[in-house]
Design a protein around this ligand. Structure first.
Ligand code: DCP
Ligand code: MG
Length: 357
């Protein structure tokens, strides 16, 4: 595979910046978007002026009030943020077909091929930032790199209104001395576990083996190991109108033995994985369908926390679903199906703080 060019774009203080855009008197002031200070709400986000006082996302609004009593506290207006988000995505969509939205204000773009016929990803990132500023009146930060992991760290590196370009040969050095907390997916509890292992900076991860990390951290361990060397092979997964990718087969002779059932599930999973990958799509939900000899049909599903299209993940989940069913019900099987669904939506919103709105 040739060198890829990935951009991660993330709007600055998004909800708060929209409030400042719509209310000129809020500009240059600490604006805190979230629940009201005397309720049990939390901060969704705040302007950079408020961050100087130590106010942060997810902090109780009461704490934010104590830190910044002169702040302007406003309730979120999600429909308005969606409207602005659509304008941002219209700009991004005009540049590349390979766009993966992560939330209202954030997306990956694979610009290896792009509609501008521009070979410099840096120039494309500058162009995106300029258009967002001119057409919408907001600032975004961007990271340009050879993969998603480095691009995402890059966009966060020099916020607000930042642009960080990490050339492929510089990835390793760029991440070496960063705190592990900056790795996407490392939350407070993961950070603590890493610190317990004497891992503080990204380069410290390299002192462990993949096996050790897997033992301590589960499946995320080996991923972290690869990240620590700047390696990340995840594709930018396009949002699509596609609802599900499925394959099923009716058998001439009903299946009853475990081995042939396992083999069929394996074949069907491989087929789906191949098709999902060809489309650059990952889904969160794996569903199996069984039609028994008596024509009774059942379906069972499992939903992952992330988007998947890897054969082994689809297969192991589908196989597990079938087996759980067969513990109680060993009837012979006339048809088996496996499908993958729950693909990312365009402009998919992060659920994080919606509970409080
Ligand atoms: N958000 C939220 N609750 C959180 C985190 C974020 O409601 N715990 C919302 C408000 C943010 C938006 O999602 O404006 C985007 O999240 P970001 O993490 O990108 O934060 P910001 O865009 O606000 O700031 P930054 O400049 O750090 O990207
Ligand atoms: Mg943001």
């Amino acid at each position: 595979m040739g060198q890829r060019k990935i951009i991660h774009v993330d709007m600055d203080a998004f909800y708060a910046s929209v409030e400042q855009l719509d209310n000129p008197k809020y500009r240059g002031k600490p604006v805190i978007v979230g629940g009201s200070p005397n309720s049990r709400g939390v901060v969704a986000t705040c302007s950079y002026e408020a961050r100087k006082f130590g106010v942060r996302s997810a902090m109780p609004t009461r704490t934010a009030y104590n830190l910044c009593p002169n702040g302007i506290f406003v309730k979120p207006r999600i429909p308005r943020y969606k409207e602005v988000s659509e304008k941002v995505f219209a700009i991004l969509n005009s540049i590349s077909l390979k766009i993966q939205p992560l939330s209202l204000d954030e997306a990956y773009l694979d610009v290896t091929e792009n509609s501008l016929k521009e070979s410099s990803a840096t120039k494309i990132a500058q162009y995106i930032k300029r258009r967002i500023e001119k057409e919408i009146g907001l600032t975004a930060s961007a990271g340009v790199a050879e993969n998603k992991f480095i691009a995402k760290i890059g966009s966060d590196f020099n916020k607000p209104d930042g642009l960080t370009v990490v050339r492929p040969g510089d990835s390793l050095e760029f991440i070496s001395n960063l705190d592990v907390r900056l790795i996407p997916g490392v939350g407070p509890s993961c950070e603590k576990r890493l610190n317990d292992l004497e891992i503080f900076k990204i380069k410290d991860i390299r002192n462990k083996t993949k096996k050790e990390l897997e033992l301590y951290l589960g499946k995320f361990g080996p991923t972290l190991y690869d990240y620590s060397f700047g390696r990340d092979t995840r594709e930018v997964q396009r949002a699509s109108g596609c609802k599900s990718i499925g394959a099923e087969q009716t058998f001439r002779n009903d299946l009853i033995d475990d081995e042939s059932i396992e083999m069929k599930i394996s074949e069907l999973s491989a087929e789906i994985s191949k098709r999902a990958r060809a489309k650059g799509l990952g889904g969160r939900t794996v569903t199996i369908k069984i039609k028994f000899f008596d024509f009774k049909v059942i379906t069972r599903s499992f939903t992952f926390g992330q988007f998947v299209n890897e054969y082994d993940l689809i297969f192991s989940k589908a196989f597990h679903l079938i087996n759980s069913e067969r513990v109680e019900n060993k009837k012979s099987i006339r048809l088996l199906g496996v499908s993958l669904s729950n693909f990312p939506e365009k402009g998919e919103i992060r659920q994080l703080s919606l509970g409080l709105l």
